[in-house]
Design a binder for this molecule. Structure first.
Ligand code: SF4
Ligand code: SF4
Length: 422
């Protein structure tokens, strides 16, 4: 491979704290051609309009039809492991649900700002990225709007294991994916306790029961930018992170968004877009609910995730995940190229059931039927099936109507819950 070595003009250098408590700061050079805007390009009026008129809803409520379907295609190994994960995390999700009602256990020092104390405690616990911002209710899920109590959001990212992540898609990678959420639930409880000891309240938003779309708040808190893979690309570990939030009434100072150059870099990189087995990622950015972003095609991703151990190829092949943002941006400044692009080291992955190893330029093939999954919530899907039955029989008959009625009554008994959306 010929490496170009023309150093590019640098727009600015981002300085971030080291990966763990006590590590030196890191400096990330952003090439002039990658400069856009801190955070993400936004249209505030559109964002306000969509959040008011079409509020976001938890996937656990809006997409129950395909969520039920996934359990019919999971391998036994995946299903057993997920059931075990749900059992393990349930007591912690229960604690989080009522955490806002827990009174403080210490006396507050009203003259003190707690930002750095909380940041340092969170770092000490193991959170690799910690930031502060306003809890932005415009991203809150409908079901959770009344639940969120305090105005400040502490954004916490916990890194999942590097080695296991590189085996994506695999059970090994699923162990670190869900295992990190289990650790995060536990660490969130400890951090909330610490805030209460300082004399303030803390509400834990369990990563198994999200209250909102979190990435925009992490971006506002300066912890990274949104990648074309739909994930937060954080400076130290890219998208190899699991996110959670704690809201609090403690006096803290908000961080500010940063331009890491990712918004433009993704337009040049495109590795995740080209490597996605489901062709679910889209090259061109669109304006969506007030932000300019690459929008994933859910229906093309979901079947691949369900059938192949959570897929996650878009996380695995991202150079920022694989090598870290600093080396990736330094390499771009020096060469104008994307570190690792077109190499097996970055782009290769294995899906045994679809033919084994797929190196750069090679993708598994699926027929149209593969992407045929139930849409919407359970009631929507039941009605679709009912319409099909009526069409097939050439009119309404008692049997179809009876079946529809009894299944609908069963569904109405099922309570909506936002749990299980990790
Ligand atoms: S999880 Fe897999 S199918 Fe879904 S977007 Fe990522 S790479 Fe594509
Ligand atoms: S793989 Fe490339 S295009 Fe995709 S998110 Fe990572 S940096 Fe952006």
């Amino acid at each position: 491979m010929v490496i170009k070595t023309t150093t590019r003009k640098i727009s600015h250098i981002v300085t971030r704290p080291g990966r763990t408590d006590g590590d030196d700061d890191i400096s990330i050079p952003v090439a002039d051609q990658l400069r856009t805007t801190p955070g993400i390009p936004k249209r505030e009026s559109d964002l306000a309009f969509y959040s008011r008129t079409y509020p976001l809803e938890s996937q656990s409520i809006e997409k129950t039809a395909d969520r039920d379907w996934t359990w019919t295609v999971f391998s036994d190994e995946v299903a057993d492991y997920l059931n075990q994960h749900i059992e393990t995390t349930k007591p912690m999700v229960d604690i989080a649900e009522v955490s806002a009602d827990q009174p403080p256990t210490g006396i507050p020092d009203h003259a003190k700002n707690l930002t750095e104390d909380i940041r340092s405690k969170a770092k000490e616990l193991g959170f690799g990225e910690v930031g502060f911002t306003r809890y932005d209710r415009r991203y809150a899920f409908k079901v959770k709007k009344g639940w969120v109590k305090f105005e400040h959001a502490i954004c916490l990212a916990l890194e999942q294991d590097y080695r296991q992540t590189q085996t994506i898609p695999s059970m090994e990678a699923e162990y670190t994916h869900y295992g990190t959420y289990e650790d995060e639930n536990r660490l969130g409880i400890i951090l909330a306790e610490y805030i209460r000891e300082q004399g303030y309240r803390a509400q834990i938003h369990s990563p198994n029961d999200n209250s909102a779309a979190y990435i925009p708040m992490f971006v506002e808190a300066g912890l990274g930018q949104l990648g074309a893979n739909g994930q937060l690309l954080s400076p130290h570990f890219g998208s190899r992170a699991r996110l959670m939030i704690i809201t609090t009434d403690a006096p803290v100072t908000h961080d500010t968004p940063i331009d890491y150059g990712i918004h433009k870099f993704c337009d040049i990189c495109q590795v995740c877009v080209n490597r996605c087995p489901g062709r679910a990622l889209v090259k061109e950015k669109v304006w969506w609910r007030g932000a300019e972003k690459n929008k994933l095609i859910y229906e093309r991703c979901r079947p691949v995730m369900a059938k192949y151990e959570g897929c996650g190829v878009c996380m695995k092949v991202c150079p920022v995940q694989r090598y870290g943002m600093q080396p990736v941006m330094e390499h771009f400044v020096e060469t104008g190229e994307v570190l690792g692009k077109d190499t097996d080291n970055l782009e290769g992955y294995t899906i045994e059931e679809r033919g084994g190893y797929f190196g750069p330029g090679k993708l598994p093939k699926f027929d149209r039927k593969f992407f045929d999954i139930p849409h919407g919530n359970r009631e929507d899907w039941l009605f679709e099936q009912f319409k099909e039955a009526v069409k097939e029989k050439g009119g309404l008959d008692g049997e179809s109507l009876g079946q529809f009625g009894s299944k609908l009554s069963e569904l109405l008994e099922v309570e909506d819950t936002s749990r299980g959306d990790e």
